[in-house]
Design a protein around this ligand. Sequence first.
Ligand SMILES: Nc1ncnc2c1ncn2[C@@H]1O[C@H](COP(=O)(O)OP(=O)(O)O)[C@@H](O)[C@H]1O
Ligand SMILES: [Mg+2]
Length: 256
Amino acid sequence: MPTPEVSQPVPALDIAGLTVRYGPVVALDDVSMTVHSGRICGLIGMNGSGKSTLFKSIMGLARPTAGRVTIAGHTIAQARARGLVSYVPQAENVDWEFPISVREVAMTGRYGRQNLFRRITSRDRTAVDDALDRVGLTDLADRQIGRLSGGQRKRAFVARGIAQGAEILLLDEPFAGVDKRSEATIIDLLRELTAAGRTVLISTHDLSTLPSFASEAVLLMQRVLVHDTPEEALRPENLALAFGVDVTGRDAEVNR
Ligand SMILES: Nc1ncnc2c1ncn2[C@@H]1O[C@H](COP(=O)(O)OP(=O)(O)O)[C@@H](O)[C@H]1O
Ligand SMILES: [Mg+2]
């Protein structure tokens, strides 16, 4: 009898040999990494190490010169068409003056599911109301996005991902300029989402809290230096590699 094939689960995120250049600058150099469903993967690296470029590449917003990104077995275009992936961009990359309310930000998570001529349904409205409730922004739903605190802005974008029903959430430095309460709220949400099988890739400079919520961590410096448990990845000798400094003393808090 033939032995049955052991079927490997399709990874939520599979990146192979990804290289991205901006003119002469090599932002990512032959990056390969795999993240499985239900995981929270922390992305660590100094400024300029390519974290944002990696997020943009996964969203199809940066053009690789080599390599490929596979999202739950799909190409980027297929994954985006299916609303599989949601992106919370770094604060600097958002126009906070844009005249859009918190509810409308969350509603943009539903647009991928609509064709241009379909109107917003009660299902869309319910999904958005539920998402705003989950991130604790119901009372601020009609407020312009720029008139929120840093933490509330992040939660609005997380609500977009929840309303979308995205399988994979990408968060680029969601804790930068964010109060501790919002940070804790976001971490709780990410835990709930991954417990339900969703997958999270999150960049952060907050190394002290990372082991409390991440299931794995990647140290990036154009290349993947380390991909391991948070505890292993954050060992001083690994941080020294990633930050190019000697952090083998007690103070492992870098780049804050
Ligand atoms: N649009 C761009 N044009 C030119 N260079 C860029 C652009 N975006 C990023 N870079 C460069 O690519 C490298 C990686 O940047 P980035 O991905 O933003 O890193 P990180 O998010 O880790 O700070 C840096 O050297 C940065 O200056
Ligand atoms: Mg960045």
